[in-house]
Design a protein around this ligand. Structure first.
Ligand code: ARJ
Length: 425
C-alpha cells in the first residue's frame, strides 16, 4: 500500500502510467465531459468549493474528478464499493495531484476509514453513489453538515433512501437526484447495466450465453437492460418481479415471468437487479441445478443471501478470478460471481465511457448548480431535488451533436397545433 498523509492511500502508485492511458482512452469517448471541461476550465466556477466524493474509482470517474478539478474544485475521493476500485486509475489520480483514498479489495473497516479521510478537508459539497458518504456525515459527523451546501446522488438505491430520509425530516442538506435525470436512468441504468453486467459475467465465466435460461430478478431499468442484452445473445430470459406492471412489461417483451421459487429450478444464470435484500436465499439455492451461476448487479451485496449458501455448502474454492465454487452436500455446485458485489464493476470495468459521459455530465452540472445557488445566496430546503428538464435536453443535445446527428425543430404552427384543444378530427 502506498500512503501519503493528506494526499492518498492507493495500492501501488507505480501503476499510474497504466491508469493514465486508460483515462485518456475514456476521455476520447466522453465528448460531453470534455466539452464541459474546456468551457469551465477558463472561468473556474467551482473555485473555493471543496467536494468530497464517494463513487466507484474507474477511468470514467477519473474523467469526472479531473473535470471538477479543472473547474476549480478541491477534491477528496473514496470508492463506494470495496471491490470496484481500479488500482491503476487510483494511482494515476493520486499522481495527478488529487486527494484519493481507494484500493481494490478493501475491508469494511478500510472502506469507512477512506470515507472518514475524505471528510478531513471539511467539504462544502458532497458527491455520492449509494449515499454512504452522506450517511457518514449524518450519523458520525453531523456538525459537518452546517458547512455543506448540498450534495448529489448517482444511483437508484441512494436516491430511494434519501427520499425516505427527507420524508422523515432527517436530511440535513439538499441533495440532487442525479439518477432521476432522463439522460441518466434511461441510458446508464438500461444500456450501461445491460452491457457491463453481461461483460462481468463473461469475464468471470466465459460461458456461452445462447440457449441458457437467464433469470433476471427485478425488471426495473437495470433488469430490463440485462434481459434485453441476454436475449440478444440467445438466452431464454426469465423475469421475477414483485410489481404487477413491471412483470406485465416483461411478458410483452417476450420474456417468461415466474416466481423465484419456480425460476430457481430452471435457471442456468441468475442476476439480481432489485435494490432489495434476500432475493435469492436458502430455499432457492436448495433447488438450483448443478452448475448454476449466481450474481448481483444491484448497488448493495445483500440481494443474494450468501451466509445461507455458506451454511449449505460443504466446501468452497476459487475457480477463477471473481468466480467462487460452492459444493453442496449432494455434490451440486453453485458458482457465485464477485462475492455477490456488483458484477459489472467488480468483475468488469463498469459501464462503458460513452454512457457514463451523460451520467457524469449530470453530476458535474448539478455540482455547478449547487455552487451557483450558493454564490447567489439562494438557500435550498434540505430535500431531494430533481434535475430540470432543460439540463437533460442540453446534455442530450451536446451528445447528439458530438455524434454528428441532427434533429428537426417544431415550427411555430406545429407548436400552436399541439396546444390547440379546439382542433379535432
Ligand atoms: C463509475 C459507474 C460505472 C463506471 O452510474 C452507475 C450507477 O448508478 C451505479 C450504482 O452503484 C454504478 C455506476 N457506474 C456504472 N458504471 N460508476 N464508473 N464505469
Amino acid at each position: 500500500m502506498d500512503y501519503k498523509e493528506g494526499h492518498y492511500k492507493v495500492r501501488d502508485i507505480s501503476l499510474a502510467p497504466e491508469g493514465r492511458k486508460k483515462i485518456e482512452w475514456a476521455e476520447s469517448r466522453m465528448p460531453v465531459m470534455m466539452e464541459l471541461r474546456k468551457k469551465y476550465s477558463e472561468t473556474k466556477p467551482l473555485k473555493g468549493y471543496r467536494i468530497a466524493g464517494c463513487l466507484h474509482v474507474t477511468k470514467e470517474t477519473a474523467v469526472l474528478i479531473e473535470t471538477l478539478s479543472a473547474a476549480g474544485a478541491q477534491i477528496s475521493w473514496s470508492g463506494c464499493n470495496p471491490l470496484s476500485t481500479q488500482d491503476d486509475i487510483a494511482a494515476a489520480l493520486a499522481e495527478g495531484g488529487q486527494e484519493i483514498y481507494a484500493w481494490h479489495g478493501q475491508s469494511v473497516e478500510d472502506f469507512y476509514w477512506s470515507i472518514d479521510r475524505t471528510l478531513d478537508m471539511k467539504p462544502n459539497l458532497t458527491l455520492d453513489d449509494g449515499a454512504d458518504l452522506i450517511f457518514t456525515v449524518h450519523n458520525k459527523y453531523p456538525e459537518l453538515a452546517t458547512e455543506i451546501i448540498g450534495g448529489t446522488e448517482e444511483t437508484t438505491t441512494g436516491v430511494h433512501r434519501l427520499r425516505a430520509m427527507a420524508k422523515d425530516g432527517k436530511l440535513l442538506y439538499p441533495v440532487v437526484a442525479v439518477n432521476d435525470a432522463e439522460t441518466k436512468w434511461d441510458f446508464d441504468n438500461v444500456y450501461g447495466t445491460g452491457q457491463s453486467s453481461i461483460d462481468g459475467i463473461l469475464r468471470a465465466t466465459s460461458v456461452l450465453m445462447a440457449g441458457k435460461n437467464f433469470v433476471v430478478a427485478g425488471y426495473g431499468h437495470c433488469g430490463k437492460g440485462c434481459a434485453m442484452r441476454a436475449a440478444g445473445l440467445g438466452s431464454n430470459v426469465v423475469v421475477t418481479e414483485v410489481k404487477a406492471t413491471a412483470a406485465l412489461k416483461a411478458t410483452l417483451e417476450g420474456h417468461q415471468v415466474m416466481t423465484m421459487d419456480q425460476a430457481a429450478k430452471v435457471g442456468d444464470i441468475f442476476i439480481t437487479a432489485t435494490g432489495v435484500k434476500d432475493v435469492i436465499t436458502k430455499k432457492h439455492f436448495e433447488k438450483m441445478k448443478d452448475g448454476a451461476i449466481v450474481c448481483n448487479t444491484g448497488h448493495y451485496d445483500c440481494e443474494l443471501n450468501l451466509p445461507d449458501l455458506e451454511e449449505l455448502a460443504v466446501s468452497k474454492r476459487t475457480i477463477r478470478p471473481n468466480n467462487e465454487e460452492y459444493t453442496l452436500a449432494d455434490g451440486r455446485r453453485i458458482y457465485v460471481l464477485a462475492q455477490g458485489r456488483l458484477v459489472n464493476l467488480a468483475a468488469a470495468e463498469g459501464h462503458p465511457s460513452e454512457v457514463m459521459d451523460m451520467s457524469f455530465a449530470n453530476q458535474f452540472m448539478s455540482q455547478l448548480r449547487l455552487a451557483e445557488y450558493d454564490k447567489q445566496g439562494i438557500l435550498l430546503n434540505p430535500e431531494v431535488i430533481d434535475i430540470p428538464e432543460e439540463q437533460d435536453q442540453e446534455i442530450a443535445g451536446i451528445k447528439l451533436r458530438t455524434m454528428s446527428y441532427k434533429i428537426d425543430k417544431l415550427t411555430k404552427e406545429q407548436k400552436t397545433y399541439m396546444d390547440d384543444y379546439s382542433a379535432g378530427t
